[in-house]
Design a protein around this ligand. Structure first.
Ligand code: SF4
Length: 379
């Protein structure tokens, strides 16, 4: 059996105003403790997983800000990983970076370690918007990072671009898209900024210090982004994911198709051997538990109904849609069992839902209303 591997690297140089991820300010000594714990976790997970097979399909290092990492420790952890798992030579190996911490030296070292798909968290080229988000990189950092990727011969790399930013206008987004398209990355993730409770950004919005674009403008931004990227030769294969043909992210495709994955690091989630669990999100507790040779897992309380819901939500995000056969194989019941019959028929009649070669997918127009349609289908 094969599965994908995700590593959550939990350190950042500072905190962005919109972020509620699991992260801590970077500290060399704490990072060293984290790597000690990660080496132990990797060994324990390999022991546990052996009965399920040990071949990796893809590796994705996310965070946090992985480009801050101590490369020597990262290389040592990779040695541990390679000694325990079967890693094919042509594996897709993604690594998230923040542009301010990308240098020719670390990007080159990562390539030598097997990384073949760096992802640059550009988010925007507008200095004022970047400041509002609490990002510490400049547009120049982003340009330079992508230039380094080209100079080092990375054939595959991705960039992240955000819209729905406080104070953002259509013109600002259009400038961002111009610059992204000029850089010609093989993959673009074009995300709508999510507003999460408890973040400084939410506080600023509640107090009226900042304002987000209204709903109509957000829809217009998404439409404009889809159109510009499509005209530039990208194919939208998931709501927020655009790739030149052949450069779809295999790791994320695996998640959306319900493939299995092992997550390492605090807060990382896993689905292996039919079992689901996540790691404790508190870094100190993660380190402590592994010092005692215990896997820092939090049991997954979700039931089969929740998993069906998740499979439908993820499947509808992709341009391929949900495979009826795969759904029945996985859950032992037809897809319709979990759908609201009346809403299902309404959306089929309106053309928002397309039954297509054993699959069920959303029309292009319906993608713009994905949250509402999914909610109604699952009522
Ligand atoms: S760099 Fe990423 S993980 Fe770190 S604070 Fe910013 S958004 Fe959060």
């Amino acid at each position: 059996m094969a599965f994908s591997l995700y590593l959550h690297y939990p350190f950042c140089p500072s905190y962005c105003s919109y972020c509620d991820y699991c992260r801590r300010l970077h500290d060399r000594s704490l990072e060293s403790d984290f790597y000690d714990a990660l080496d132990t976790e990797t060994r324990l997970a390999a022991d546990w997983i052996r009965s399920h097979g040990a071949r990796l399909n893809t590796i994705f290092v996310g965070g946090g800000t992985p480009s801050l990492t101590d490369l020597e420790r990262f290389a040592r952890w990779l040695e541990v990983l390679r000694s325990l798992f079967d890693i094919p030579d042509d594996i897709e190996f993604s690594f998230e970076t923040n542009p301010e911490s990308v240098a020719l030296a670390n990007l080159s070292a990562l390539k030598n370690l097997g990384v073949n798909r760096p992802v640059f968290g550009i988010q925007s080229f507008n200095t004022r918007l970047l400041e509002r988000l609490g990002r510490i990189h400049t547009p120049h950092d982003s340009q330079r990072a992508v230039y380094y990727a080209g100079a080092l011969g990375y054939r595959n790399f991705g960039v992240d671009l955000l819209f729905n930013l406080p104070g953002q206008t259509s013109r600002m987004l259009s400038d961002d898209l111009d610059q992204i398209i000029d850089l010609d990355p093989p993959h673009v993730s074009f995300y709508q900024l999510a507003v999460e409770e408890g973040t400084p950004l939410t506080d600023d919005l509640k107090r009226g210090r900042l304002r987000l674009p209204d709903r109509q403008l957000v829809l217009a931004m998404y439409r404009a982004g889809c159109q510009r990227l499509t005209e530039a030769g990208y194919v939208r294969y998931e709501v927020s994911s655009f790739a030149k043909p052949g450069f779809e992210c295999r790791h994320n495709l695996g998640y959306w198709q319900g493939d299995e994955y092992l997550g390492l690091g605090p807060s990382a989630q896993s689905y292996v051997g039919g079992q689901r669990f996540s790691n404790h999100p508190d870094l100190d507790r993660y380190i402590q538990e592994l010092k005692g040779n215990a896997l820092p897992r939090v049991p997954d309380e979700s039931g089969v109904e929740d998993r069906m819901t998740e499979a439908i939500m993820l499947g509808l995000r992709t341009s391929q849609g949900i495979s009826r056969a795969q759904f029945s194989r996985r859950f032992g019941v037809p897809l319709e069992t979990r759908l609201n019959r009346q809403q299902y028929e309404t959306f089929i009649r309106s053309g928002h839902l397309l039954p297509d070669k054993g699959k069920l997918r959303l029309s292009d127009d319906a993608i713009l209303r994905i949250d509402e349609i999914t909610r109604r289908l699952l009522e």
